[in-house]
Design a binder for this molecule. Structure first.
Ligand code: BMA
Length: 339
């Protein structure tokens, strides 16, 4: 059987059930006390009574007014009492050891609290490929790296508790040769007894199953538990060759949207429902224009509040960190809409 050819996607809009925060962007480079920076793609969770954020902070000769290279990346640390107003710590966190000079940078963190410890999944560019890592911290000063995948893999997220006595993660390997050199990347699911050795891997969601993608998918924020299932976002990418210049780069033909799906509580390899349209499409001004890469929304954190509000944190245009909210039952209804 051959995979279908995927066509152009056309105009997309966010669901009206998602409300962007009026203070967006909620974190920008101006709030960061170190290098000139792009601030985006943060992992966010609640830990020991406070909101904590680890954000990606690209820097170099970066200048929002000019087309200039971004040399490298820090992971910045910020805390908040309300999830909206953030205090950035004076120094970046997570300076990963690099005894053999292999590591280029760590980026796109995702945070999950399991049994009272905070786990961070991250992507890491190395001289020999892109790897997905998992580290654990109690204080955001010391991190212990517990697991590193083989290349190429990234966008790992952990479920917040064991399921049938196994830790579970979503991940996104990059299968270039078998996909005829195209970016046709899917979401996979694996489990582990100890968070270090991963296996029982299966395809969870293929790009052909998502009507608003024609290129690649990836896990977005770590899943949250609801009575109806694990609610989880993913990013979906479509390419349109006519897009041309679209941000700082000479040519950027991709659009990143956020989708949402519900996975079975006992068997998260089963998709209970998938909303057939994007949950968030890049339609706010700060997602569409003026950024490093325009038309990008990239969620990395999702928090379920006691009120039923779901806070969704996302990078916008690879330049800012933003926040949108929705009601948890509205999100579940979207996932179950065509059932
Ligand atoms: C992906 C990753 C993300 C980034 C996105 C859009 O491949 O690099 O960090 O936000 O592209 O540029």
């Amino acid at each position: 059987m051959n995979l279908p050819t995927l066509g152009l996607i056309g105009a997309l809009q966010s669901s009206p059930l998602v409300v962007r925060h009026p203070s967006n962007p909620i974190l920008t480079s101006e709030q960061v006390p170190y290098k000139p920076a792009l601030v985006f793609n943060a992992g966010v969770t609640k830990f020991q009574g406070r909101y904590v954020m680890i954000f990606r902070n690209d820097y170099g000769q970066a200048d929002l007014q000019a087309l200039s290279p971004i040399d490298t990346t820090n992971l910045g640390l910020a805390f908040s009492d309300d999830g909206v107003n953030w205090e950035v710590k004076p120094e970046p966190c997570f300076n990963i050891k690099d005894e053999d000079g292999e590591i280029i940078r760590a980026y796109d963190p995702r945070l999950t609290v399991i049994d009272g410890s905070c786990y961070m999944c991250f992507a890491i560019d190395t001289l020999h490929g892109i790897r997905g890592g998992i580290a654990v911290t109690e204080d955001f000063e010391r991190f212990e790296v517990i697991s590193m995948s083989v290349p190429d893999n990234r966008n790992m997220v952990l479920f917040p508790e064991k399921i049938n006595d196994r830790y579970v993660r979503l991940e996104r390997p990059f299968t270039i040769y078998s996909r005829e050199g195209q970016e046709r990347f899917d979401i996979w699911i694996s489990d582990s007894a100890d968070l270090k050795y991963w296996g029982n891997s299966d395809l969870l969601l293929a790009v052909e199953q998502v009507p608003f993608a024609n290129a690649k998918l990836g896990p977005a924020a770590p899943p949250i538990k609801t009575p109806q299932g694990w609610l989880t976002t993913f990013h979906a990418v479509d390419i349109d060759p006519s897009r041309g210049k679209n941000g700082w780069e000479p040519s950027w033909k991709k659009r990143y949207t956020a989708g949402i799906m519900l996975l079975d509580l006992d068997n998260p390899k089963r998709i209970v429902g998938l909303y057939q349209e994007p949950l968030i499409a890049p339609d706010a001004s700060y997602e569409r224009e003026g950024g490093f890469r325009n038309h990008v929304v990239f969620p990395g954190g999702m928090i379920l509040e006691e009120s039923g509000e779901v806070k969704i944190y996302y990078g916008a245009g690879d330049t800012y960190e933003c926040l949108a909210s929705a009601d948890v039952y509205d999100l579940i209804k979207l996932c179950l809409k065509n059932k």
